[in-house]
Design a protein. Structure first.
Length: 347
């Protein structure tokens, strides 16, 4: 069953619980006393930066991997909404950006969630309207900038840049630079009508702004990072799932690993397959030039780039999105991923 969520929330409320992962057991049966898993509930976005989710859901490999446990999916606009769904008990796993995941970890004092794998890196661009007067990043000062949702990963990056690098004050706090939180699907029309000057956008939304709305690529966000590489998507799991059904998580991660490997070995085919799924989810497929442009900017890997995670944690605290200085102890647990890798290599 697939459910699409395109609404946004006004603020980020985060809480849940997590403990360790355990050994193996028959499919859908966790440690002694754990109830049978009725469904594996997965969240992700209609973004190319979530390509493994698009592919694994569409081709049935995720469902095949977890056997007789039904896979139920929900498509979201941005990360904070995903985390709220975790807290409402509506999700078990999700592909999500590191900043919302970090906020969940902080708000729950490390008891909410664990990052169990990497998924994608980079794939974020800053695009300006052609007649906006923005030719370089410094020109963002005094302009109207859109991000998908308050507290999501692009929002954190944009706010950090405006406040800490450009030393601007935001509109509403005595300044003239404005950051508006607008769902990806709604940004294109506002951009075309001149109501936005620039967008800090994940792919394929950035490429769409360039090719469909005459936008100008100002910069790729990766070029603002020391190693020109940052984590944009991770796989996040709830405590309840990890504690009660680690064997289901491991089976899912095997499919995630296989999908990532296939994607990197068949990038053109993977891009086209992802585009077919995007058409189903959004009602519109990407033009070839948009697809090629957007896909070329994204790296796909199960690695987690820890330096970028730490940086996002610091930024979230500095921006008061996270109310406490993030303690990353226990936030990332790749033990099931490593087990899945080892078992796959042993075949």
């Amino acid at each position: 069953m697939k459910r699409v969520v395109l609404f946004t929330f006004a603020s980020v409320f985060l809480a849940a619980a997590l403990s360790g992962c355990g050994g193996s057991a028959p499919a859908a049966i966790g440690p002694a006393g754990a109830a049978k898993l009725q469904a594996l509930r997965l969240g992700y976005f209609a973004n190319l930066t979530h390509a493994q989710a698009l592919l694994g859901v569409a081709n049935g490999s995720f469902q095949k991997a977890i056997g007789d446990v039904p896979l139920k999916t929900t498509v979201f606009n941005a990360g904070p909404s995903v985390v709220e769904a975790f807290f409402a008990g509506e999700l078990d796993l999700a592909y999500v950006g590191p900043s919302p995941a970090l906020n969940a970890h902080v708000k729950s004092h490390g008891t909410a969630v664990r990052v169990i794998s990497g998924s994608a890196s980079n794939g974020v661009v800053i695009v300006a309207r052609k007649d906006s007067g923005i030719a370089k990043l410094a020109d963002l000062a005094g302009k109207r900038i859109a991000t998908p949702q308050f507290g999501n990963t692009q929002d954190i990056s944009a706010r950090h840049y405006v406040l800490s690098v450009l030393k601007q004050t935001l509109k509403g706090n005595g300044g003239t630079t404005e950051i508006q939180n607008i769902a990806n699907a709604e940004q294109l029309g506002l951009f075309k009508s001149g109501q936005l000057d620039a967008v800090w956008a994940p792919e394929p939304w950035g490429a769409r702004l360039i090719h469909e709305a005459g936008g100008v690529l100002v910069e790729e966000e990766k070029n603002l990072w020391p190693e020109k590489n940052f984590t944009i998507t991770v796989v996040l799991a709830s405590q309840k799932l990890l504690a009660e059904h680690p064997e289901v998580v491991e089976k899912f991660l095997k499919a995630h690993l296989e999908t990532t490997a296939w994607l990197n070995a068949h990038r053109d085919e993977a891009a086209n397959a992802a585009n077919v799924e995007l058409q189903k989810l959004t009602g519109k497929s990407l033009k070839k030039e948009v697809l090629v442009d957007a896909f070329s900017r994204i790296g796909f890997s199960t690695d987690v780039f820890l330096d970028s995670i730490k940086t996002f944690a610091d930024w979230s605290f500095d921006l008061k999105v996270a109310r406490e200085q993030p303690d990353l102890k226990g936030f990332i647990d790749l033990s099931l991923l490593e087990k899945a890798k080892a078992e796959g290599a042993a075949k």
